[in-house]
Design a protein around this ligand. Sequence first.
Ligand SMILES: [Zn+2]
Length: 136
Amino acid sequence: MTVELCSECHKYLAISPEGLCNICDEQALQKRSVQIKKEASTEDNDLAYLGKMNQVLREERFEKFEENYLEKLKTSPGILSINFSDSMVKYVIETETLGILDYYPKANKLLIRRQNHWIKPALKWIVTTFIVTKEK
Ligand SMILES: [Zn+2]
């Protein structure tokens, strides 16, 4: 076993062929996107394979938001509260100036309820509207 830099946690540890340490490798395997990708790789039917890969894309979007942006958004100015609704896989975001937003991370769509206006791609809009302004 070689000791190298883990591409996820950036610590020098024994590294798997995927470039991850044991702990990060374990966490990666538990991700839904990774599990579905594995299922897709054994799928013989083309349509079923495409369906699974579309699901992978949706899960990856969700994971990307939760891993990289959720905590930043919670502390962004103008954000009053963020609540996750399990059944509809959406975040209900209460804002100071735009009222309530329904954000669907898997579909990358967002509804500004007050204006009945849909925004897509939603994550880019969220980042530029609430997160980037904070970091200026
Ligand atoms: Zn690691």
